[in-house]
Design a protein around this ligand. Structure first.
Ligand code: HEC
Ligand code: HEC
Length: 491
């Protein structure tokens, strides 16, 4: 009796509109609702769950440096054969990714066609009719919040506490003196070096550093590969040095600095869940609240403890875990067939890291599909279900032609090895993946919760277009990617 009174009193304070005659009997649906609300409030307090706040040194897209970065992000001048831009795989109106299972970078049949329908030109080098890149393109949204590592396998990562970073340019464990000042800046040095992404199969310019030098020469005019070149003016504005000369301004370091400023300005964290955490109790639905409970509660409380890996307000522990998602695509050269991907093991050579990939953030996850490092899941529900019964999920997986030519030659053999690795880690209690089962309505609740992590800006081109160069802005080299989808609509 005592508890009943306590609950209905608390309900009154939650709904804020009770009068003295309201009783539990008269209003059963709200009573049920209030229980969820109360329980969630208690979980939030206990687990100290808070909304993500933008970093204090947040870069705004309006700043000159981020504006310069925008033009660099969209120019094909950074690719060996002038056919691919960063935005070819990370378009703001495609969730910061490319909406493909696996990317097609250089030698696309139609360079400016993004998303479904983007194909590798049959006359291209190494053409096998399939996507050229082995891993799914992650979103550039909110990468400013990664503090430890970047890439699915974390191969660019902080080392020590001094802000030093390790990159693929230096031996393992060492710091790369040229990495720059943020993970995003260090990362921007590498897409240009990948043959499949931007370098091209035929652009021979020696080492990574020589290649960067050759690209920089285009910008500073020491090579005359660009028919139009107004980059000096753009860099003077972007770096706010109106008098500086080409040699001092048009450096590869300044290119990556500006690109990083642009990417770090993509802070998209104003979602209904954050509004709810900040006190707006109506910001999310009852169903989403049930989903949040399942997400945060531990297994012995009847939840799924998703937050053990998707932890904190950024929904990632920035650590590496084995999930054994279907290993489709051309792979990273690992395994007996050379089309497997050992993930974090490639970096650490630690057996427990074989097939482990970084926990991705779940912010805006509705917009960032297809999901997982291999892009194997085109339905978010399948991605979530996979966590519960990976073997069954793999057994039920149907390789199909969602995207033409995906390489499926040994996906089963490779994925079986990943499943065996997961089973071993679970038996040795080294895996945080719960061995739980999920009901249909619980899945719907979880998906409703995940939907509250969408910043409305990400689904509104009018809002996102500040990250896309507009036609009335100067195109410094005439090589701007003006992207369209397979129906011919501009993105
Ligand atoms: C052909 C497609 C393609 C192009 C072009 C491309 N990327 Fe990527 N990008 C990817 C893929 C695939 C990954 C994941 C690679 C991995 O983890 O091994 C990635 C990863 C990233 C990440 C890391 C995100 C994270 O969550 O860790 C950033 C940042 C990024 N790219 C920025 C850029 C920039 C800047 C450029 C241009 C200089 C660029 N990309 C060009 C496909 C592309
Ligand atoms: C053991 C740690 C762990 C737990 C627990 C966990 N996840 Fe994940 N999750 C991951 C990792 C790692 C990936 C990426 C796997 C890959 O790329 O191959 C991932 C991927 C995802 C993705 C796809 C994101 C993307 O951008 O591709 C979603 C959605 C997701 N998890 C939701 C959940 C939900 C919901 C729960 C709770 C039911 C959960 N996760 C529990 C580690 C975990």
């Amino acid at each position: 009796m005592k508890t009943k009174i306590a609950i209905s009193l608390a309900l009154c304070s939650v709904l804020g509109a009770c009068n003295s005659d309201d009783t539990a009997k008269e209003k059963p649906p709200e009573i049920k609702a209030s229980m969820v609300e109360l329980e969630l409030q208690s979980v939030i307090t206990t687990q100290q769950i808070t909304a993500l706040t933008p970093p204090s040194d947040r870069v705004l897209i309006e700043t000159p440096l981020a504006q310069l970065g925008k033009h660099l992000f969209f120019t094909k001048a950074l690719s060996g054969n002038l056919d691919t831009a960063c935005a070819s795989c990370h378009h703001p109106n495609l969730g910061g990714g490319d909406a493909l299972v696996l990317p097609v970078g250089v030698e696309a049949l139609e360079q400016d066609l993004l998303g479904p329908g983007r194909l590798h030109d049959a006359n291209g080098v190494h053409h096998d009719a399939g996507p050229t890149v082995p891993r799914n393109s992650p979103s550039t949204f909110n990468i400013a919040f990664y503090t430890k590592s970047i890439f699915h396998d974390g191969r660019i990562e902080m080392v020590g506490d001094s802000g030093s970073m390790r990159t693929p340019d230096v031996p393992k464990g060492q710091a790369d003196a040229n990495a720059g000042t943020s993970l995003a800046q260090a990362q921007a040095r590498f897409p240009v070096t990948s043959r499949e992404e931007m370098r091209g199969f035929t652009f021979e310019q020696g080492t990574n550093e020589e290649l960067r030098g050759a690209l920089t020469a285009r910008f500073n005019g020491t090579s005359n590969e660009l028919a139009i070149n107004n980059w000096l003016e753009a860099f003077r504005q972007g770096l706010e040095q109106p008098q500086a000369d080409a040699a001092s301004l048009l450096t590869f370091d300044n290119i990556t600095l500006a690109i990083a400023a642009y990417e770090n300005s993509q802070v998209l964290v104003e979602n209904p869940w954050a509004a709810y955490l900040n006190g707006d109790k109506e910001a999310i639905s009852e169903q989403a609240k049930r989903g949040a409970l399942l997400f945060y509660k531990s297994e012995n409380q009847g939840g799924f403890d998703c937050a053990s890996c998707h932890s904190g307000s950024f929904f990632s522990d920035e650590s590496f875990h084995v999930l054994a998602v279907p290993q489709i695509g051309r792979g990273k050269g690992d395994g007996v067939y050379g089309d497997d991907d050992f993930g974090r093991f490639r970096e650490t050579k630690d057996e427990d890291d074989k097939y482990a990939f970084r926990t991705p953030t779940l912010l805006n996850v509705m917009q960032t599909g297809p999901w997982s490092h291999s892009g194997a899941f085109t339905q978010l529900s399948d991605m979530v279900l996979h966590h519960f019964n990976p073997s069954e999920s793999v057994a039920d997986y149907v390789p199909d032609d969602v995207q033409p030519g995906i390489q499926y030659a040994h996906w089963q053999e490779n994925t079986e090895l990943a499943l065996a690795q997961l089973a071993r880690l679970q038996d040795q209690e080294k895996s945080l993946l719960p061995r739980a089962s999920i009901e249909k309505d619980q899945l719907d609740d979880l998906l409703a919760f995940l939907a509250t992590l969408t910043d409305p800006c990400t689904v509104d081109p009018a809002c996102m277009n500040k990250w896309v160069p507009s036609s009335d802005e100067v195109d410094p080299d005439g090589l701007r990617l003006v992207a369209y989808d397979e129906d011919g609509n501009l993105l």
